[in-house]
Design a protein around this ligand. Structure first.
Ligand SMILES: [Zn+2]
Length: 94
């Protein structure tokens, strides 16, 4: 399901921050595109916790790759558990 029409790659597995060495639960999805590697519509996704969101945005922004940041709840989830997996069961959701 791509309700927002983001065109972002689905997120597989655990929602863990993409920052190096960080194992925190991701709260944000950073959508980015490297025009040398990806078609313009393509959106790669990095996950970020609250602490690393800004750092990763700056990292991507410095390379002009950053496009958009959205809550992880807005991202497509790639599941291998079959369809109809409830989406209202994220642990730690305050
Ligand atoms: Zn982090």
């Amino acid at each position: 399901m791509d309700v927002l029409g983001l065109g972002a790659d689905p997120v597989a597995g655990e929602l863990v921050c993409s920052a190096k060495g960080c194992r925190s639960e991701a709260r944000w999805g950073l959508l980015w595109n490297n025009p040398r590697l990806h078609t313009p519509e393509r959106r790669k996704v990095w996950l970020a916790c609250d602490d690393h969101r800004e750092h990763l945005e700056q990292f991507l922004g410095a390379r002009s790759f950053w496009k958009q940041t959205v809550p992880v709840t807005d991202l497509d989830r790639a599941t291998d558990q079959g369809p109809d997996v409830p989406t209202d069961q994220e642990p730690g959701r305050a």
